[in-house]
Write a protein that binds this ligand. Sequence first.
Ligand SMILES: C[C@@H]1N[C@@H](C(=O)NCc2ccccc2)[C@H](O)[C@@H]1O
Length: 447
Amino acid sequence: TVSLQHGAHRSGNRTDADMERWRSHRLGQFIHWGLYAIPGGEWNGKVYNGAAEWIRSWKEMPHEAYDNLYKQFNPAGYNPQQWARQAKDMGARYMIITTKHHDGFCLWPSKYSKYTVASTPWKKDIIGPMVEAYNKEGIDVVLYFSIIDWNHPDWRTSLKTKEDTVAYGRFKVFVKNQLKELLTKYPTVKGFWFDGTWDESWKTDGAFSDELEQYLQSLHPGLIIGSRLRADEKGARHFDSNGRLMGDYEQGWERKLPEKIEDVHHNDWEGVMTIPENQWGYHARWTGHIKTANELIEMLARSASLGGNFVINFGPKADGTYRAEEQQLAAQIGQWMKTNGAAIYGGGYAGLEKQDWGYYIRKGNTDTVYMVVCNIPVSGYLRVKIPPQQSLQSATGLESGQPIPTTQTGRNEYLLQLENKKYDAPVVIQLEVKKGKERGEFEKART
Ligand SMILES: C[C@@H]1N[C@@H](C(=O)NCc2ccccc2)[C@H](O)[C@@H]1O
């Protein structure tokens, strides 16, 4: 190992109450909202094929045109109580909101910038009422903050000259001031979700990002900050130069998910997912594959089964309303969560051998293990293998409440029989798996 001043300061997961709460959420909502929703992926009759929130970087979008969009920001349909209700109905336990994306526009009236909602026809703070409305529904709020800030004259992607270094030094003070301002104005928030930290300018100052993380923790003990904020003094990100995770959870799973527990090494982690292939901000024309509720539910089950949180992204329109596809998906997911949320909330890695039919999720440290069956076998039989020293005590349909016909087919091996019907959503079975040699009821039946 190399000696590091600004690498990971802790190995293993945080065990404090704030982290336990975050870990138990399992399902979150991401909201990307800002000036980019005004063009909505189109400009001058042309369609931008990139991610809508990156339209300022498109050669067909003059910077001056984009930078004046704030003069049109006036979301008459913005209703944070309605947004929070919809998130509640979906079953989200936390929400991540873009306070400032790469374009540098602030959805709160920052005193450190002119490029904020205060300069728009809307004038009013967007973030405050949103935090209040979500907290009122019992949903925790995490603030997304981009280090990249295309609007700020002192931001740099790399430091080529002395002038660059002086300017970027001013920029880092600005960043620290804005983050302190956000914690002071919105003290109930539970964390920051940092983004835009891949530039050379940021990576070369591991000391600053380390000190910034500690500063924020000192202002707001228990704050949850992922691995995307920091670089160590050698420029390594997420994992320091000794391979140890920096931050409170692995935050690299953007539009992709781990396959097996080795991919996440039993660390806390979070996956963030778009509904279309790659649109975070509102894009008028969704192209390519739009994920269905069942696909998103399966991703959620996979995430919980591997000990991670799953966050589904929504991109409200410029007028503050949601597009129909997003409203429908939120409702469909919510319907499934109403019946099956017990298998997700507070769930984690079960330690059982993965089978083709879907995912095992253990409820905390209990003997309760849920099976989220996403692939209904033609045979109707679900194979379950229990580790030696453990035994299967019972198997019950979560929704039906009925016992699942189960036969033992070998040492610690069982076949569960699904009723022969058409399933239009993942189906959940609740197992009680006892540790220790105690013989399960099925074994008694056999011998
Ligand atoms: C959460 C998303 N992150 C922003 C982004 O620029 N992603 C590009 C990216 C792609 C892959 C790894 C890191 C960063 C996107 O605009 C969204 O805000």
